[in-house]
Ligand binder design. Sequence first.
Ligand SMILES: Cc1cc2nc3c(=O)[nH]c(=O)nc-3n(C[C@H](O)[C@H](O)[C@H](O)COP(=O)(O)OP(=O)(O)OC[C@H]3O[C@@H](n4cnc5c(N)ncnc54)[C@H](O)[C@@H]3O)c2cc1C
Length: 500
Amino acid sequence: MLDVDVAIVGGGFGGSLLALVLRRAGLQVALIDRGRHPRFAIGESSTPIANLVLRDLCREYDLPRIAPLAKYGTWQATHPQLISGIKRGFSYFHHEAGQPFVADAEHSTELLVAASSSDQHSDTQWLRQDVDGFLFGEARAAGAICFEECDVGEIEASGVGHVFNVPMKHGHVENVPHEMHTRFVVDATGEGGFLAKQLRIENRTHELRTNSRAVFAHFADVTRWKRCMESRGLDTAEHPFDCDHAALHHAFDAGWMWQLRFNDETVSAGFVQDLNRGERPNFSASEEWDSWLYRYPSVGEQFANAKIVRPVGGLRSTGRLQRKLARAAGAWWAMLPNTAGFIDALHSSGIAHTLCGIERLARILIRSLGRDDLESRLREYERCVLGEVEMIDLLVSGCFAGLGDFRRFAAATMLYFAAATSYERARVASVGEFQPAFLLADDPAWLAVVRRMCVRLSEASVVGQFESELAEAIRPFNVVGLCNPALRNMYRHSALPECV
Ligand SMILES: Cc1cc2nc3c(=O)[nH]c(=O)nc-3n(C[C@H](O)[C@H](O)[C@H](O)COP(=O)(O)OP(=O)(O)OC[C@H]3O[C@@H](n4cnc5c(N)ncnc54)[C@H](O)[C@@H]3O)c2cc1C
């Protein structure tokens, strides 16, 4: 009988990295995925917070092979075989339906926010099939007992102390035990929702404000947006960084698009539809894709010669992207953040949130597994993760509410940038094991600002008035000079001094 301390169900990057960390701390770990690496996965754009947490995890658990992934330069020098991309910041461009993109000297249809000040120190786009497969292999090399193409059956108490039976269903794979014993179960299955189904956990998605869906794939031969702008005589000289070396967003009336460019010149691209403004269209994924390109001709120009290269099967079309569960942890189990809740790709918060969850949960399991304080620490973990999901929902839904009016949208993004940059600084200044919650979700003063501004965003009829109120409200959290009209939407400096 296989006996482990922790069984992790779901071997994406989150489950794999947690397995690796727990092994470094000496726990016996099993890692089980129903798929097989390498496989396509979406969610590829990292952020300064993600890199900060990844760096700290690598320091805390001595992970020298993973540490280079925390910056573009060291990643390229150490693991060039894992495909990545440069992400110098966030870029946004506003489009009117049926019209070519226009820009002006005030950059009233553009917003660029730098996250790092050089390519070497920059954030990265992760080709997830490479990164996830690498981390899964690293977990295995560190002694995690790894199973692929395995499903897990109904988990139940074994009757021996606090031990649980994990029945294994292994399809055609050999050498898989029929059952294992574990003291703890982590659900890292994301939308797979493994424990939610088993434990019949209440679904609270209806409480979320954001209501969106997506159609996406990876493409080759997507013309760079900078080239499209320049070929139309639009000036990019004042851009603080190459706008394609970014999480590039095109903003529309009832949705937005992401573009993440990798080093092999393939691009992850997806259209996100705001379901609060319209029904899901009643046609195929490729017809939907073409209709977006038709409606926004400058984006259509970018994709005129594009070909889908991943995933096998072509475009993926989703239902509502959001999920939120009533619970994130119990006496013998916990979910990683992306399993307990997910909002939207806007703000690229998923990887960073997952890393924050790994950091928090690993400390709890390493210190408290088998001890009396485990349950109370897990309750705190649950409170924190669910509060973070609420914060992301507020920040994202605020931006959705501003779609169609780029000044309002750009102002709403300032709430996210204030949260992210304040979190980074609070984290670096924090002492010992205390870490602020992701995006300051547990700071009552910040939560009050965000809630109030989300209401004002829709109420304020004059956008200039909203901008002034917002600038005033975020003042205590405005550590990088956001909401500065003199910068005309071109923000050059937001990186932490130690990360530039
Ligand atoms: C459209 C979209 C765009 C996104 N864009 C971004 C972005 O730009 N930046 C960002 O930071 N985040 C983004 N995200 C979020 C990001 O994808 C997640 O944060 C990230 O995937 C979390 O990783 P994970 O390993 O926890 O879960 P996942 O990547 O979801 O991995 C779950 C794993 O569990 C396995 N599994 C599922 N069910 C079972 C089961 N029953 N038994 C065994 N194994 C199972 C799956 O095979 C998979 O390997 C995006 C998400 C979506 C949906």
